[in-house]
Ligand binder design. Structure first.
Ligand SMILES: NC(=O)c1ccc[n+]([C@@H]2O[C@H](COP(=O)([O-])OP(=O)(O)OC[C@H]3O[C@@H](n4cnc5c(N)ncnc54)[C@H](O)[C@@H]3O)[C@@H](O)[C@H]2O)c1
Length: 449
């Protein structure tokens, strides 16, 4: 039966994606996408924030050649004392300490610092990074680099205006399995890349409730993916995000917010001020991201609830899949196991098993883990990836190379915090991803390699 257009049943209309303001490049600013560091004999480091993370980072920085911590600041004198002791224990010179109200200003006014490493509560990352770049320093910034979209743009604008680098310290990009997967992707063995899944799954209930009030605050004030970069950074490497592809849209949903309240009921005495807090962040936030090349990414945040640590770290192509926790691989045409035509039988029905990665290491183990793994393992720090990240950062600075992770990565990997919240708060609508490269994402260029 023919129907005229007026008689056709109406089609569901996809909700329009929300957009957010895109900033023009400031007058006089230039892209930093291929900007090399100035070569130097050593990297002189200043630390803003000397809490748990910075103590861990210093253990991993200690064996890195040509790096020296010259000055530190933190509002807590106990924290700076502990850091001085840590550096001395590690066989390093005691750094200058700038405590007191003007500690950050004093540290940034020094002319003997090349790199400022920031490991403070999230909402202070961007203001300190902006101030440091304006003071002429390169910056290594803990994750997430930024918590609002304005922060993301401020980082990009400041890096481009000052021509200083803002390197996101996303250690997970240097994990052994992540670098293995990167090699696998680069070799073409997965075929055409289609999809990835990643998460930050870490039971932080005790830490949030007992130790880090600043971090618990985000669960009161926000509902979205509060910590997107550990999962998304490595996937961005696999997909050459900002180097030939880019994130275009995100849509996000939350589960109920219940686990922190239940944890409090069991562990916090009545009358404690924490009973006045109302947590709104979903226990599990799930986002779906699309890329310009049409690839899809599932991104999850789940830090409230009893479960083993997991970043999923899965990448799927037309010839197979790599997935982590534990690491497993399945390839149809498989040069390592000698399957050339993909085989037949059970596999055609999808009933075959994953293989462990062991037989594949000779072919795809990343050289950083193959060659330098003794150093990495000895240095520790999340299994060695902290050491490798800092080793590569210092090497690129000494050699005068382009950093492997830059301000565009810092902005794009951190932005899902704000974008997922926008989606959740507006009825789970898709939200357009700002292009922080302002069009330069189409050019291939060096990243983690
Ligand atoms: N990449 C990783 O694997 C990893 C692991 C843990 C933490 N982190 C990140 O490191 C950062 C710090 O976390 P943490 O566990 O060390 O927290 P922490 O609470 O142990 O330490 C934060 C430090 O910052 C100081 N501080 C507080 N307010 C400040 C301010 N306004 N200015 C300067 N310093 C201030 C505190 O006194 C404290 O010493 C966070 O961004 C966190 O997300 C990253």
């Amino acid at each position: 039966m023919d129907m005229s257009p007026a008689e056709l049943p109406s089609q569901p209309v996809a909700p329009a994606a929300l957009t957010t303001p895109v900033r023009e490049r400031p007058v006089g600013a230039r892209s930093v996408r291929n900007l090399c560091f100035e070569p130097r004999a050593e990297v002189r480091v200043g630390l803003i924030g000397t809490g748990h993370r910075q103590l861990g980072l210093m253990k991993s920085l200690a064996p890195v050649e040509k790096a020296r911590v010259v000055a530190i600041t933190d509002p807590s004198p106990e924290a700076t004392r502990t850091m001085v002791d840590r550096l001395v224990e590690l066989g390093k010179e005691a750094p200058a300490v700038h405590d007191g109200e003007n500690g950050v200003d004093e540290l940034l006014a020094r002319d003997d610092i090349d790199l400022v490493m920031i490991a403070t509560p999230w909402n202070t990352h961007t203001p300190y990074a902006v101030q440091a770049m304006k003071a002429g320093k390169h910056v290594g910034i803990e994750v997430p680099a930024a918590v609002t979209l304005e922060d993301c743009w401020d980082l990009v604008d400041t890096s481009e205006t000052t021509q200083r680098h803002c390197v996101i310290l996303e250690n997970c990009c240097y994990g052994r399995q992540e670098l293995f997967a990167l090699n696998l992707v680069r070799s073409g063995a997965l075929g055409t890349l289609l999809h990835a899944e990643c998460s930050y799954t870490h039971d932080l209930r005790a830490m949030l409730m007992n130790d880090q009030a600043w971090r618990r605050r985000s669960h009161i004030d926000h509902d979205g993916n509060l910590y997107p970069t550990h999962g998304l950074g490595p996937v961005a490497s696999y997909f050459d995000i900002n180097r030939g592809d880019r994130f275009t849209r995100i849509v996000s949903m939350g589960s109920p917010s219940a686990g922190l309240q239940e944890y409090r009921a069991k562990h916090v005495p009545e009358g404690d001020p924490r009973w006045d807090e109302e947590y709104q962040a979903a226990d599990i936030n799930t986002s779906l991201i699309q890329t310009e090349q049409g690839r899809s990414i599932v991104l999850q945040h789940q830090v409230i609830g009893p479960r083993p640590y997991d970043r999923r770290n899965q990448v799927v192509g037309t010839n197979g899949i790599f997935t982590d926790y534990p690491p497993r691989i399945f390839l149809e045409e498989d040069p390592v196991l000698g399957r050339i035509n993909g085989g037949a039988g059970a596999r055609e029905m999808g009933h075959e098993e994953y293989s462990e990665v062991e037989p594949y290491l000779d072919t795809w183990e990343h050289s950083l883990w193959g060659k330098d793994n003794e150093d990495a393992r000895a240095a520790g720090g999340h299994g060695g990836m902290d050491y490798l990240m800092l080793h590569r950062l210092v090497q690129t600075m000494v050699n005068g190379e382009v950093p492997e992770m830059d301000v565009y990565d810092a902005a794009a990997w951190s932005a899902p915090a704000a974008l997922s919240e926008l989606s959740v708060n507006n009825g789970n609508v898709p939200v357009e991803f700002p292009d922080f490269t302002r069009g330069d994402w189409q050019e291939s260029r060096i990243g983690i390699h």
